[in-house]
Design a protein around this ligand. Structure first.
Ligand code: CA
Ligand code: CA
Length: 311
């Protein structure tokens, strides 16, 4: 049995002031039990505003204090498993998201999740209407460490991670986050059973669940090389950057990857730029949070051919 952070240990802010929910050593495996982004309050389509008077927006479980993690290190978070609750929920918003002007009131839809029993989420799906069956690809919307300065609410992404809504943070991915304060203080929540790039209506298939991760403090030069937040997923590495506009976020993510490629492949600006233009893909993570998030992907195999190995 792993060390567990329970769904009672949640917060709406990632901050160095938070009391750790648990402490572990570098290399330990920890289970995070998460609530959905509506604080598990929307349980019926008849009551789309939910059953709680003061729900936490985007609650994140944690924080986890990793004993060996010191400022300047990078926290390697291996996503070993994501196990979902057996239902998800979506809700329209009258205030946020690309389509908010289409809605006069909030409407909720509950979706049973099928085929996901015993943690075998790989083959799970929902039914959308009478004719559509949609296979799921569970991901983590909010995952971050505590920033060095003022706390950051869990609706906002940034250099600490947070509400990045990157659909590539899935089982098998490895996320690298900055350690800004002693222990790192890792938190996560806002699981989506399925979400498209952009998250245009401001929700994925929102759900709660259990996430198993292994956390390791990466130190020294290996840590200094990584442009955090940095992700490895399905044969590609990714920089993930957030800014007030998509243009700015895209520039930041591309520049961060170019500098990384330059350094680990030993290229100059022209050669690294060409490789980026030939091989990297820029994708929108989300356009609906207080800052927009863009990722830039690069094939890991090309880096490996130059002898680079991820820590
Ligand atoms: Ca989110
Ligand atoms: Ca969400």
């Amino acid at each position: 049995m792993y060390m567990t952070i329970t769904r009672e240990q949640v917060s709406g802010i990632l901050t160095k002031e938070a009391r750790p929910a648990a402490r572990c050593q570098s290399g330990d495996t920890v289970l995070f039990e998460t609530r959905d982004c509506y604080d598990d309050a929307v349980v019926s389509e008849e009551r789309p505003l939910g059953d709680k008077t003061d729900p936490i927006e985007n609650p994140a479980a944690g924080p986890l204090y990793v004993e060996d993690a010191a400022p300047g290190d990078v926290l390697k978070v291996e996503i070993l498993n994501i196990r979902l609750r057996d239902w998800g929920v979506m809700r329209s918003s009258t205030m946020c998201g690309v389509f908010h002007e289409d809605f006069k009131e909030r409407t909720a839809r509950i979706f049973p999740i099928y085929g996901g029993k015993d943690g075998k989420t790989d083959a799970s799906y929902i039914r959308f209407g009478d004719t559509l069956s949609l296979p799921l690809d569970p991901m983590i919307g909010v995952i971050g460490t505590a920033p060095a300065g003022k706390g950051i609410t869990t609706d906002t992404p940034g250099s600490h991670g947070g509400n990045m809504d990157c659909k590539k943070i899935v089982k098998g991915s490895v996320l690298y986050l900055p350690v800004c304060v002693p222990g790192g203080l890792l938190s996560m929540g806002d699981l989506h059973a399925l979400m498209g790039d952009g998250e245009v209506m401001i929700c994925g298939l929102e759900t709660a669940g259990k996430v198993t991760v292994r956390v390791t403090a990466v130190k020294g030069e290996a840590a200094a090389l990584l442009p955090t937040p940095f992700l490895s997923c399905r044969g590609r590495v990714m920089t993930i950057q957030s800014a007030a506009t998509l243009d700015e976020a895209g520039d930041l993510a591309a520049r961060a990857m170019k500098e990384f490629v330059k350094t680990v492949m030993g290229k100059d600006n022209f050669e690294a730029g060409m490789l980026m233009s030939l091989l990297s893909d820029m994708a929108v993570c989300q356009v609906v949070d207080p800052l927009k998030t863009v990722r830039v992907e690069f094939p890991l195999e090309v880096l490996a051919r130059c002898g680079y190995r991820l820590p």
